[in-house]
Design a protein around this ligand. Structure first.
Ligand code: MN
Length: 163
């Protein structure tokens, strides 16, 4: 083998190894894109802190259901409220809390599913040090829309025992 071919082969081997290593590293990177749009900043006073909403399904007389993608910044949460027809939360990113009145708060995180019974006073939102994204499915809307109550005070938010 002459030296030009040898040099070429060595160069190609190094190049091949470098390329496959680069490919592996790219594949290991976590995806940061969310499936659904973040939507618009919520400007009503039913939330404390900063949150965004993207409606995915609007209520109609066939499904009696609305579905929204809700993103909370760290520390953001809903007011206390209840759903006459219940609600289901699919946590798609981050860490936060779900609390029913009179019960300890539950830590919720990406991958969790929360079933909220009809007419049950509760709140949901992000942890103090993490954002939270969930898909909120409001069911049986023929029974009525969400009833908003008092804000979750800073004391309630910070003093909550965790289940
Ligand atoms: Mn709710």
């Amino acid at each position: 083998m002459n030296s030009i071919i040898k040099t070429t082969l060595i160069f190609l081997s190094v190049w091949f190894v470098a390329c496959s290593k680069e490919q592996q590293e790219t594949a290991k990177e976590p995806t940061t894109e969310s499936v659904f749009a973040k939507g618009k900043k919520i400007t009503n006073n039913n939330f404390t802190g900063t949150a965004w909403l993207q409606m995915l399904v609007n209520n109609d007389s066939i499904y009696n259901t609305s579905i929204g993608n809700v993103t909370f910044e760290a520390g953001a949460r809903t007011r206390w409220h209840k759903h006459p027809g219940g609600q289901i939360l699919l946590i798609t990113d981050g860490t936060g809390y779900y609390q029913e009145k009179g019960k300890p708060a539950q830590l919720i995180r990406k991958g969790d599913v929360v079933k909220i019974p009809p007419d049950t006073e509760h709140w949901h939102g992000a942890a103090p040090n993490s954002g939270l994204t969930h898909i909120a499915i409001s069911t049986n809307l023929q029974k009525g829309n969400v009833v908003w109550l008092q804000p979750v005070s800073d004391e309630e938010y910070s003093d909550k025992p965790i289940n």
